[in-house]
Design a binder for this molecule. Structure first.
Ligand SMILES: C[S@@+](CC[C@H](N)C(=O)[O-])C[C@H]1O[C@@H](n2cnc3c(N)ncnc32)[C@H](O)[C@@H]1O
Length: 251
């Protein structure tokens, strides 16, 4: 995703850093993330990889409040948009007209100040500015109810770039490990080539496909579908949206 450099992007992220997932330090021997400590409860956990500007996670987390969510985005200037969108959607204030974050009680958090958001107001989403594969190594086996990848970059061609695809074997191996035996991998794309590649490679990497459609908006899932930023754009251009769900086998 191409983005113009955000003004004060990292300072803006700092103001809302209570909504970021704490990442265990590299010197930490165990290097394990404990979701029950992060969220203060044991609800089922879902990870979205490559959340972009965060429309999808803001809506899904509100519609399905019985679960916790971690949204991963490796570009911080993109992640800051997602975090601010989520904060706004939860009534946690807005950007102040002259810069900084304005909390609902009128306090202005400016120039890198951190707002220690009370735990009970943080809701059920935490964000991480991180590469998906690196981040998932922090989770124990059989932790997740779902992994969601929407409109991930297609990385066309046959070269080494394919390894960067969020459905390439190294990523699938990680998803398989962290998913519970009855967990679900969910994937949407506009791109035929990436979709065919993913549908072919999933069964070769320990997944079975449970649902597949080449026209999501005309399918029986259309009513429940939450449209992402990229999806809106492709749909406006008349491109059918492909979607599949798969679960691990033999776990
Ligand atoms: C094409 S955008 C789609 C964004 C959003 N999911 C949507 O549907 O509108 C893909 C996003 O995934 C992020 N991304 C790509 N590879 C990633 C990785 N390995 N870890 C985390 N984020 C990644 C990109 O930075 C980009 O913001």
């Amino acid at each position: 995703m191409r983005m113009r450099k955000k003004r004060h992007g990292s300072e803006r992220l700092l103001a809302l850093s209570s909504l970021l997932c704490p990442i265990p330090s590299e010197t930490d021997e165990k290097r394990r993330l404990e979701p029950s400590i992060v969220f203060g409860n044991d609800r089922p956990l879902v990870v979205e990889v490559g959340c972009g500007k965060g429309d999808f996670i803001a809506r899904l987390s509100k519609e399905r409040p019985e679960r916790n969510y971690i949204a991963l985005e490796r570009i911080s200037d993109v992640a800051v948009v997602a975090v601010e969108k989520y904060a706004r959607s939860r009534g946690l204030g807005d950007m102040a007209p002259n810069g900084g974050w304005l909390a609902p009680d009128g306090t202005l958090y400016k120039n890198g100040a951190v707002w220690e958001i009370p735990a009970e107001l943080r809701g059920n989403v935490r964000f991480a500015v991180a590469d998906a594969n690196g981040f998932l190594t922090l989770l124990a086996d059989d932790t997740l109810d779902a992994v969601i990848a929407n409109f991930s970059d297609p990385w066309p061609g046959k070269g080494t770039d394919r390894r960067k695809r969020l459905t390439s074997p190294a990523f699938l191996e990680n998803y398989r490990r962290v998913l519970k035996p009855d967990g679900l991998f969910s994937f949407k794309t506009d791109n035929d080539e990436l979709f065919d590649y993913t549908a072919e490679i999933l069964p070769e990497n320990g997944f079975t496909i449970r649902y597949i459609t080449r026209d999501l908006h005309a399918s029986d899932r259309a009513a429940d579908n939450i449209v992402t930023e990229y999806e809106r754009n492709f749909t406006e251009r008349g491109i059918p949206i492909k979607m599949l769900e798969a679960s691990p086998v033999g776990k």
